[in-house]
Design a protein around this ligand. Structure first.
Ligand SMILES: [Zn+2]
Length: 408
């Protein structure tokens, strides 16, 4: 093996082992005899709830560790054996463009097939065991087919553009511009064209709730053209709400599973979502995303040029070298996840503050957070390092403390 291959393998192995170590330490932390329900959650979360949350965490952690080990093994085989093999297989088939499409389609299929048993187990065994799953096998198969076709529809044009650009020595900034335009375009079409392939969006049937939401929108001086109920209950019992889309496609979406909450609790969740909007979190995220894409592609371009001239892994086609370079840089990006999550958690606190101020009280948001922890079996007591690395939202305990400490 040459030096680069050794570095590549080291990065992927280190990444996975560190990830698994974090999972395992987090599990030990939560399961330790001294671990208990945080003070602020004690009125809603019984020891029985905590025991159930711990058992859910244990099942998911063990399963997660196994699937991460398998995924590491698959990545190593891909890098060392399958990529050169795939290139060999497709390199005699027509134009470079066609070869690239075949190469990535086969790569995608291999990854998907390896991942399939894990997804089945996660949904039909673990989620089922804790009463969250409502997906039928038929719906699962349908989702798999639709998402594969969707990936092809989006993926093929992207591959075509990449192949065209790879002819130039420097392509990262051209590809960045196209990728960023695509992200913005996707943000626009996602709610109107993509999400409806999986869910039904209908008007809220609860007119009183709709009236109250409209009053809140007025108070916040926000225009959101559409408020929808989404039939999330067809796949899960977990609860959520979100604001999405740009311009005309902007909408407020409530999972139908959250409609069992009191109106006040729902309004507090809606106000939190509006907080993201008022504080301009979406445009900030798009800018951050754009910088991230440019950064990743710059590094990928650099690595690509290196692999190309060094002729490593015994491959020669531009798309194979690109696959290596992109996979290597993506693996490295795992190590900046804490930085992105730090930024995300800051935004969540801002949205919480906004919700409490708009409603004049933090109480309904606090009560909905307690319900979310209880009903979604979230870990009430995660390890601090694990939260810092993986949590995009502050832990519920921290959000509640923050809300209780703020002055309204
Ligand atoms: Zn949020």
């Amino acid at each position: 093996m040459n030096t680069f291959a050794i570095i590549f393998v080291t990065v992927i192995v280190t990444r996975t082992l560190w990830d698994i170590l974090l999972d395992w330490l987090n599990l030990r932390y939560t399961l330790s005899p001294t671990s208990t329900v945080p003070e602020v959650l004690k009125d809603k979360l019984t020891m029985e709830d905590f025991a159930k949350a711990k058992s859910y965490l244990k099942d998911r952690t063990y399963f997660g560790i196994l699937s991460k080990l398998v995924s590491l093994a698959v990545d190593l085989v891909l890098i060392l054996k399958i990529f050169p093999l795939l290139e060999n297989l497709v390199s005699s088939k027509g134009s470079v463009m066609l070869q690239a499409i075949l190469f990535f389609a086969l790569y995608y299929l291999i990854a998907k097939i390896v991942d399939l048993p894990f997804r089945v187990y996660s949904i039909f065994v673990i989620e089922q065991k804790y009463g969250f799953n409502t997906t039928t096998p038929r719906l699962f198969v349908r989702d798999e087919i639709v998402s594969t076709l969707l990936t092809a529809a989006i993926g093929f044009p992207i591959i075509a553009i990449v192949v065209l650009l790879l002819k130039y020595p420097v392509w990262w900034w051209q590809l960045s511009i196209i990728a960023i335009l695509f992200v913005v375009f996707f943000s626009f079409i996602q709610p109107i064209l993509i999400a409806p392939l999986f869910y039904k969006f209908t008007k809220l049937e609860d007119e009183e709730l709709e009236k109250k939401i409209n009053q809140i929108l007025e108070k916040a001086k926000i225009k959101i053209p559409n408020i929808f109920k989404m039939d999330a209950s067809k796949r899960t019992k977990k609860q959520n709400a979100y604001v999405t889309g740009i311009g005309k496609s902007r909408r407020l979406v409530l999972f139908d599973t959250i409609l069992s909450y009191s109106h006040e609790e729902i309004l507090a969740v809606v106000a939190h979502e509006l907080g993201h909007h008022v504080r301009r979190h979406l445009p900030k995220l798009i800018i951050l995303n754009a910088l991230f894409i440019a950064f990743v592609l710059y590094l990928t371009n650099w690595t690509y040029s290196f692999i190309n001239s060094a002729k490593i892994f015994g491959v020669s086609q531009p798309y194979t070298n690109f696959a290596y370079a992109f996979m290597f840089i993506s693996s490295l990006m795992f190590f900046i996840e804490p930085l992105i999550n730090l930024f995300s958690r800051k935004m969540e606190y801002e949205a919480d503050e906004y919700s409490a101020k708009l409603l004049g009280t933090p109480e309904p948001l606090i009560s909905s957070l307690k319900r979310l922890v209880k009903e979604n079996l979230s870990n009430p007591n995660p390890m601090p390092l694990y939260k810092a690395w993986h949590y995009s939202h502050p832990a519920p305990e921290e959000r509640i403390k923050h809300l209780l400490e703020m002055k309204i």
